[in-house]
Ligand binder design. Structure first.
Ligand code: ATP
Length: 234
């Protein structure tokens, strides 16, 4: 579904990502964990085409997309949701959602809206409210819901739990699971390594711009290195 091969990227003179390689098979979840500054956000931006890969390649469903602009990647079924949710705070919840499917026909748009409301009943209840009046958790759900309004095949999630009250986090992970159950492949960058790996099929540990460990998620959860550094104890 999505494959990165020997990807290097950076900013100006600074090299951040070094020979990144992984694949996300169709319908699977890959969790990327690692310390602050490891390059996780940079990697998501490269996958989405927001910054260029300096070398290496990115393939989506067998086609090279390394040099494709972001809007084409969106049309091809990719979407990136970050902590900066970029919601239109003066517009209603329903208007924000509909903007996510601006290319879809009217009836298709309504169908997708219904699906989003089924997944997030709270958004349906609040559909006429301005997005700026939502709580932090609801706004995060709206950002996720908007990505589902595209013709989504692969969702890139950059730190979805950041800034959320702890009691909201199990529900967030449950929603991510439900999105995956609908057939959407997911790349999940998370500080919460345990929960992220429990949700995932496979995992990557990124340090200093390099993937230093890559395995099935269950093997990552059993790895001494991951346990010691990311799961709080030996
Ligand atoms: P965090 O969890 O703290 O967001 P991260 O793993 O997502 O960390 P990145 O945000 O990708 O890491 O940052 C990787 C490195 O790139 C850091 O050293 C950071 O300072 C640098 N960096 C990030 N954005 C830019 C930029 N726009 N210009 C220059 N350097 C940048």
């Amino acid at each position: 579904m999505l494959e990165a091969s020997d990807v290097d990227a950076g900013y100006g003179q600074v090299e951040i990502l070094d020979e990144i390689a992984f694949e996300v098979p169709e319908g699977e979840i890959l969790s990327i964990i690692g310390p602050n500054g490891a390059g996780k956000t940079t990697l998501m931006r490269v996958l989405m085409g927001l910054i260029p890969a300096r070398s290496g390649s990115v393939e989506l469903q067998g086609g090279l997309i390394t040099d494709r602009p972001t809007h084409e990647r969106v049309k091809m079924g990719m979407s990136l949701v970050t902590e900066k949710q970029n919601l239109f705070t003066e517009m209603t919840v329903a208007e924000n959602l509909k903007l996510g499917s601006y290319t879809a026909r009217g009836d298709e748009k309504e169908k997708r809206l219904e699906r989003v409301f089924k997944l997030f009943p709270r958004l349906e209840e609040r559909q006429s409210q301005h997005a700026g009046t939502l709580s932090g958790g609801e706004a995060r759900m709206l950002a996720l819901g908007r990505s589902l309004m595209t013709d989504l095949d692969i969702l890139l999630l950059d730190e979805p739990s950041i800034g959320l009250a702890p009691h909201l986090i199990p529900e967030l992970f449950e929603k991510i699971r439900e999105i995956n159950d609908r057939g959407v492949s997911i790349v999940l960058v998370e500080q919460r390594a345990q929960e992220a790996l429990e949700l995932a099929d496979s995992g990557c540990l990124l340090e200093n711009g390099c993937i230093v460990h890559r395995d099935d998620a269950s093997a990552m959860l059993d790895s001494d290195e991951v346990i010691e550094q990311y799961l709080g104890g030996a």
